[in-house]
Ligand binder design. Structure first.
Ligand SMILES: Nc1ncnc2c1ncn2[C@@H]1O[C@@H]2COP(=O)(O)O[C@H]2[C@H]1O
Length: 251
């Protein structure tokens, strides 16, 4: 599977390692989330995007969506489809595309031929998109959030988005069956367990708890969404825990 991680940080900073917030590109036409990593794409690359899957409404996952859409004026004859939970779509309509923060691109340049179309998704209602079979599934975060299971003919990639450990998350991951690569967040170090729990995120120990609950271990574990302020401590925690040695910490 052709996965380009344009951004996967849990925040912003000028550190060399920091690469912008969450935005993955699959192939040439599909994005998962639209955080600040999106701005790595050239205008030509942006104009090839046809579909965007959103995990949730938080800023670090949507911040580059307005500017990206504005770049498409005069360069597309069909709308970009933004696939998200109904709750996420409502938040974007009310709080972003409301003519106060940004124009309502579902009505522009004309209501008949807009550059943005929202498509409501539901957990466990699978659909085909850009040659992939996509299944959204519930995860446990502070706002309604889904992870995405993405299959092509060769592999099964699962992005569990922003989430903390919970029985629901473990059940959902088990329901997905064999996973080749699990991209899972780890926003905080273990000494910030309280904040991680309050803000519904992971620490290395909580990721291990999640993995312990799985009937079958994913072949690869990609760790993502480190908060820049805790980047060093999280990497230290992972490096010094023998149970985490096979994890690949992104970027
Ligand atoms: N209780 C909290 N204490 C500290 N930071 C928080 C708290 N709740 C939310 N946040 C921060 O606000 C951010 C909102 O986006 P995230 O969920 O990615 O990550 C969250 C944390 O970085």
């Amino acid at each position: 599977m052709d996965i380009d991680i344009l951004g996967c940080s849990g925040g912003v900073s000028g550190n060399v390692r920091n690469m912008g917030t969450t935005c993955l590109r699959l192939g040439e036409h599909l994005l998962i989330d639209a955080g600040s990593g999106l701005s790595k794409l050239t205008l030509d690359e942006q104009r090839k995007i046809e579909d965007v899957l959103l995990t949730h409404s938080h800023m670090d996952h949507i911040s580059d969506l307005p500017g990206f859409l504005a770049n498409l004026f005069d360069h597309t004859d069909k709308p970009v489809r933004v696939h998200a939970l109904p709750e996420t779509i409502e938040i974007l309509k009310d709080c972003v595309f409301n003519y106060q923060v940004w124009p309502d691109f579902t009505q522009l340049p004309t209501p008949q031929a807009p550059i943005l179309e929202f498509v409501a998704i539901q957990p466990w209602r699978s659909f085909k998109l850009q040659g992939y079979e996509i299944t959204p599934f519930f995860v446990e975060h502070s706002v309604p959030t889904v992870g995405f299971s993405i299959k092509d003919s060769k592999s099964h990639f699962v992005f569990s988005a922003d989430t903390t450990v919970s029985e629901t998350l473990i059940d959902e991951l088990n329901r997905l069956g064999h996973i080749d690569t699990l991209m899972i967040e780890c926003a905080f170090p273990d000494n910030k367990l309280d904040i991680a729990r309050q803000s519904k995120h992971m620490t290395p120990t909580l990721v291990l708890e999640t993995l312990d609950g799985l009937a079958e271990q994913p072949k690869k574990i990609w760790i993502t969404h480190l908060k820049p302020a805790y980047d060093k401590q999280i990497r230290h925690d992972i490096r010094h825990n023998p149970d985490c040695h096979h994890w690949r910490v992104l970027p």
